[in-house]
Design a protein around this ligand. Structure first.
Ligand SMILES: [Fe+2]
Length: 399
């Protein structure tokens, strides 16, 4: 697909996107806000929530407090705890089938990106029972009302609680996104108390996912609005300020709260402005090797930003100035920004390369990445398969 065609597509899409009914979830935030889920259910007359939460989450004191409140309201919970990282189509189908068997009337998801994406994809299947997930992949293919969805993130990174996307992995290890405005959750609950128990490496990796969302959205050509730029800037500044503090002291509620808000803001920015080539490559690593999404993005972000060269300089220079970095030219500021991302990764124990990539997989990875990115992602530099392959090779340790 040539670059001119991609740019023409992006210009047309940007015009069309202005007329789409964009919305954001109703947000409840603050320590203890998980309990607001009970009010939401009561106020909406919802009595049979299909709950997606891990076993560990269900044993947690915050969840038990919510359960007690729901017991008082005679609300019965149907709990599903078996969502794997990088959720498979099979798991999504199981959720949709179980939801129907239990005659549920809404989703309550408490977890990271994987359970949230699995719930959104299952909701898409319920709205479109005649279409397999593979046919719902891409943009605006669902176009139906989904069951009410309350999203409660327990990591600060994915932003899935406010985005149009649900990412799933097919039986051939191909990770793909179903993106539609109807998949934006109706409610998002940002309770920092739910993230205090996160291990440092998950705090780091998910936080770098949020940073990647904000930076890729900010670099987007055509799709940005004044508001998405502001959201991305806020998110970048907040992540530079709070991520490493949350990494070092997981119990710091102000840092955890700031990261949840930053992740939400970055999600709201990229759902309108799009992600870019970092995500296109990261998804291939998640699908083929099970690399966590945040780790994949963290490693790839500086490599891809560097590869964009001058095309990304003005935006990166603005972000660098916002986070207080110094430089005498746009180019030196942009370089300082990329160097600081690398330094953050190092300080948080994130490697600078992968050691899992099999050389023989690179052509397939490049094909998948190009299929995901082109023509939709309005990146500073359109990559063809050969350039994707070169960047993937560079991200491997032996290079
Ligand atoms: Fe992401």
């Amino acid at each position: 697909m040539n670059a001119m065609f991609c740019r023409a597509f992006q210009c047309c899409f940007a015009v069309g996107a202005r007329f789409l009914p964009w919305r954001t979830p109703e947000v409840f935030s603050g320590e203890g806000s998980l309990l607001r889920a009970a009010d939401i259910l009561r106020e909406n007359g919802l009595r049979r929530p299909f709950v997606i939460a891990s076993r560990r989450q269900c044993a947690d004191e915050h969840f038990r407090a919510l359960q007690e409140k729901l017991d008082e309201q005679d609300i019965l919970l149907f709990i599903f705890s078996s969502v794997e990282p990088n959720p498979s189509v099979e798991t999504v189908e199981k959720i949709a089938a179980q939801y129907k068997i239990d005659s549920c009337d809404c989703f309550l998801v408490i977890g990271g990106g994987s359970p949230m994406d699995a719930a959104k994809a299952a909701a898409a299947r319920l709205a479109r029972p005649g279409k397999p997930l593979s046919q719902l992949a891409g943009l605006l293919k669902v176009r139906r009302r989904i069951p009410p969805l309350i999203a409660v993130p327990t990591t600060a990174g994915t932003g899935s609680e406010t985005t149009i996307a649900a990412v799933v992995t097919g039986s051939d290890h191909h990770k793909y996104a179903i993106s539609d405005l109807c998949l934006i959750p109706r409610y998002a609950i940002l309770d920092p108390a739910l993230t205090v128990g996160l291990p440092p490496h998950i705090t780091a990796e998910t936080g770098m996912d949020a940073l990647t969302h904000a930076v890729e959205a900010y670099l987007s050509r055509f799709y940005n609005t004044k508001q998405t730029r502001l959201l991305a800037e806020h998110a970048v500044v907040a992540i530079f300020t709070h991520l490493e503090r949350a990494y070092r002291d997981g119990t710091s509620l102000p840092d955890r709260a700031a990261m949840l808000q930053a992740s939400f803001d970055a999600g709201a920015a990229f759902t309108r402005a799009s992600v870019g080539n970092v995500h296109a490559i990261a998804h291939t690593l998640g699908g083929l090797y099970g690399v966590s999404h945040g780790l994949a993005n963290a490693v790839l972000l500086p490599l891809v930003l560097e590869d964009y060269g001058k095309a990304a300089c003005p935006c990166l220079a603005r972000l660098a100035a916002l986070v207080g970095l110094k430089g005498e030219s746009e180019e030196s500021l942009a370089k300082a920004f990329i160097a600081e991302i690398r330094a953050m990764n190092t300080r948080m124990g994130i490697p600078d390369r992968f050691n899992c990539i099999r050389k023989e997989d690179i052509p397939l990875m490049a094909t998948w990445a190009a299929q995901e990115a082109n023509p939709v992602y309005p990146v500073p530099v359109i990559y063809d398969e050969a350039r994707f392959a070169r960047v993937i090779e560079r991200s491997h340790h032996s290079q």
